[in-house]
Design a protein around this ligand. Sequence first.
Ligand SMILES: [Cu+2]
Length: 236
Amino acid sequence: MALLTRRDTNTAGRVSWRVVAPMVAIAAVGLTACSNGQEPSSVPGTTPAVWTGVPAPAGAPGSGGGPGEGASAADRITSPLKDSHGDAAGTVSFVQSGDHLVVTVSAHGLTPGFHGLHVHSVGKCETNSVAPTGGAPGDFLSAGGHFQASGHTGHPSSGDLASLQVRQDGSADLMTTTDTITIEELRNNGAGTAIVVHAGADNFGNIPARYAPGGPDEETMKTGDAGARVACAVLK
Ligand SMILES: [Cu+2]
């Protein structure tokens, strides 16, 4: 039990301790009554964890609440993911935290395994749609190709992100960071932007020369061979 005490030293040099905040003991009794199985501790730094320094960066672990808590609206995008049936499939958030973005994805209803995850260059998430460049329709092809920040042309594309690993129950949670795009670039792109979850894993163009002596082909460089698009969120 935590009691706030004060160290006193009398004129003879003897040290004594006395309780100066008995209310703390009452609060501790209240905690003991909780049924969450956690025991209160008198040791600083143990459960519950408390941020005692400067405010945590927006979106960082320990900043309180969910990612983006504390960030201004200008520094944050939060959008609903939808699947190929048009149903809710989770949420995504992008929070500018100094010189980088904190990207958080929470998804459900997906196939277990790794899924390619990228920012795409058109802010449209339409099922059974045609790509801006034409061709046969497919789910979320309306979102166009991978997003490139102004002046960037290489691979990986600016909007390529760490892959989403889906658990056996179809849900996934990911927090990652990137400094290849900014909130302003996502929000101010002329055609808008979207984040797309692909059906398959992204190989990031990493095809060994023994399989492709001439290097990965154009299709691999475009998509990382991540295949069809299974979930999408417009970023705005
Ligand atoms: Cu993609």
